[in-house]
Design a protein around this ligand. Structure first.
Ligand SMILES: [Zn+2]
Length: 92
């Protein structure tokens, strides 16, 4: 059952969307988000944060063990903040 070989590689973007090269081109992201599966960067310039590992693991228990602090991207920081907030309300 082999017709054509699997195409690998990235599909070409359709030329309609305006590309946002401005912000991402200006900086050189180098701190990957510590949340497994996340492809974002946690650089400060991108709004990333570094939080204590103990705090992070409360929200993502599949975090890689590592330094005492982990860097997470902006999206995940928001998520984490929200999760923490929910926690607090439950507690009190
Ligand atoms: Zn992330």
């Amino acid at each position: 059952m082999a017709g054509r070989p699997h195409r690998r590689g990235i599909p070409k973007p359709k030329g309609q969307k305006p590309r946002q090269t401005r912000s991402s081109a200006a900086i050189d992201p180098e701190d990957p988000c510590a949340v497994p599966g996340c492809k974002n960067f946690a650089d400060k310039a991108l709004g990333g944060r570094s939080i204590a590992y103990d705090n992070a693991v409360d929200v993502w228990d599949n975090l890689q063990e590592g330094p005492r602090r982990v860097k997470i991207c902006r999206t995940h920081y928001k998520e984490w903040k929200k999760a923490k907030k929910d926690d607090e309300t439950e507690w009190s």
